[in-house]
Design a protein around this ligand. Structure first.
Ligand code: UT7
Length: 343
């Protein structure tokens, strides 16, 4: 059986940086830089311009990852797209990305399978686990996994929505998962979910149990009340569960591999809140120098946080061949996942 390893990483963040003060002065939200920094560690986030969506940002990150892996898009056997902000309800962003990457063009079109992964902040870890399974099974040699989010389009950027709107940002990260005969790569993953908490963090938009699923006014236009239109979160419940599950996740993956957290060189935690990550690190006795962060400058980019961390850490020289790396995620659903990689 082949091993599956990450052969390339890539990233894209939109150029427009929105600071905490901008949220107050430009968007008119009743908030302060101190509140946001103290509660979350976020100083700024990126917002994409209108007209830019998740498959476009994903394509920029994907092109970098392909270049880093030294392959072309036509070498891919599969595309996995993790997002909670797909370009539209259906079809998914996977086929849109396939087309953007040019797989369907030319004399040798490659109609490779694509799949969207709707697992919010854990989506990227679920995606890499799926890609590694395909590679190990011999069903694929190179699988592209993208995590991309366009949150800025779907946030209640007003005082009413401030608890959620101040923490999310846009961006995309990508990796190529490839087959190798070398003794390295994705060793172990641990995934989980608890649907009892589905209401704790959600953006319903519609209710498919109703007829029709979105209320329609006399002009035939859909009318969506704010609590359906915008994300809703019980922040304290999410925080508490995130700390517990992320700690458990690391221990499960370590236990299965018979390694201890001390033997791991680099931890890439999902970037939801700097305080969550400090709690997890403190509980597990992980020193600060083994953690990488990007929440201070990008906010919570959901499925994109971990591939963004990987791409940046690799470019900064913090992530090197031979290191033992742990990915840890937690998000809406609730869903969670961890993964240990010999880089
Ligand atoms: O990717 C996974 C998704 N999300 C998470 O992991 C988030 C987990 N939760 C959290 O990070 C925290 O719950 C938050 C940072 C979102 C909120 O922190 P909190 O300490 O739980 O604050 P809170 O919601 O209990 O609000 C405390 C106060 C309230 O005012 P009162 O009622 O005490 O007067 C809020 O209205 O802070 C107020 N508040 C704000 N004030 C200024 C809420 N949001 C803001 C804001 N700026 N942006």
């Amino acid at each position: 059986m082949k091993n599956a390893y990450i052969s390339g990483t890539g990233m894209y963040v939109p150029p427009k940086s929105v600071t905490n003060d901008d949220l107050r002065t430009v968007y008119g939200i009743d908030t302060t830089n101190d509140w946001i920094v103290q509660r979350t560690g976020i100083e700024a986030r990126r917002f994409a311009e209108a007209g830019v969506g998740s498959s476009e940002m994903g394509s920029y990150a994907a092109k970098q990852a392909l270049e880093d892996a030294k392959i072309t898009a036509k070498d891919l056997d599969m595309i996995l797209f993790a997002t909670l902000s797909p370009d539209m309800c259906f079809p998914g962003s996977g086929p849109l990305l396939q087309q953007r990457l040019g797989l369907t063009e030319g004399d040798d079109p490659r109609f490779v399978p694509t799949m969207d992964i709707r697992n919010q902040c854990s989506g990227f870890v679920y995606g890499v686990a799926t890609a590694a399974s395909m590679v190990r099974a011999g069903a694929a040699k190179h699988v592209l996994v993208v995590g991309a989010e366009t949150h800025s389009a779907a946030l209640d950027l007003s005082t009413r929505g401030r608890t959620v709107a101040t923490i999310f940002g846009d961006g995309a990260g990508a990796v190529v998962v490839s087959a190798t005969d070398e003794d390295r790569g994705i060793r172990k993953w641990y995934l989980g979910a608890d649907g009892r908490y589905a209401d704790m963090l959600k953006q319903p938009i519609w209710d498919i149990k109703q007829r029709p699923y979105i209320k329609v006014n006399e002009k035939g236009e859909g009318v969506i009340p704010p609590e359906m239109l915008w994300p809703q979160m019980d922040g304290k419940a999410v925080f508490k569960n995130a700390v517990e599950r992320m700690c458990g996740c690391v221990m499960e993956a370590c236990f299965d591999l018979d390694v201890t957290p001390e033997q791991i060189d680099l931890f890439c935690f999902h970037q939801a809140n700097m305080r969550i990550n400090q709690f997890v690190a403190d509980q597990l006795g992980i020193p600060q120098e083994k953690l990488v962060h990007n929440i201070h400058k990008y906010g919570n980019t959901t499925a994109a946080t971990i591939p963004l961390l990987l791409a940046e850490a690799q470019r900064d020289g913090k992530l090197k061949r031979g290191m033992k790396v742990a990915l840890v995620a937690f998000g809406a659903g609730f869903t969670w996942g961890s993964m240990i990689i010999d880089w």
